[in-house]
Design a protein around this ligand. Sequence first.
Ligand code: SF4
Length: 217
Amino acid sequence: MLKAERARFVADELERRYPETPIPLDHRDPYTLLVAVLLSAQCTDLRVNQVTPELFALADTPEAMAEVPVEKIQEVIRPCGLSPQKSKAIAGLSKILVEQHGGEVPQSFEELEALPGVGHKTASVVMSQAFGFPAFPVDTHIHRLAQRWGLSSGKNVVQTERDLKRLFPEDSWNRLHLQIIFYGREHCTARGCDGTVCGICRALYPERKKPKKTRRA
Ligand code: SF4
C-alpha cells in the first residue's frame, strides 16, 4: 500500500471508530484549556481533570490567577508533576495575559508560544481545540502511531507533524489528531506491538506475515 493510500485508510477507519471527538481535557474557555494543556505535560489527562476543579475553584481567569501566590498554585497542582515549573508558568502567563493581552488568550501561534511554559504542541492544541484553527499537535501517541503506520519516519515530532500535515487534508487535522490519540490510548499503546494484532496494521501491511518489531517512540 502506498503512503497516501495508508493515510486514506487510517483516516476512514478512525472516522468509523471515533465519529465523536470530545476534547479530553475539561475546560470552560480558552484560558482554562491553556492551563489544563500546560498541566498535561508528562501527566495523564485523567489526572489533570482530577486536579483542575480545585485549581479553577481557586482562580479560573488570568486576572484572578495572577493574584494567587505561586506556592498555592504549586500545592494544588502537585499531583500533575513538575509542579515548580508548571506553577511558575501558570502564574507568569496569567500576568502576561492581563498586562499584554487584555486578559484574553491570544489567537496566534507566535503570541501563544511567547508565553512561559507554552511550546508548539500546547499552542497547537489551544489553536485547534479552543479556536478551531487547523493544527496538528503531535504528542507521544501521534508520534508513535505515525511511525507504526509508516506515515512518518518518526525521527522527531517536528518531522512527524510536517509529514502528517502533508498527508492529510487541512480540514481533517483537528478531528484526526484526537482520533489518533483515542486509538493510541485504547489499542496501540506505548508497550511494544508486533504490528499484526489489529485490523489497522493487517490492512496497511497485508503482506506482513511475521511479527514486526516497531521501535518504541
Ligand atoms: S497492530 Fe499493533 S502497531 Fe499496528 S495499529 Fe494495531 S496495535 Fe498498533
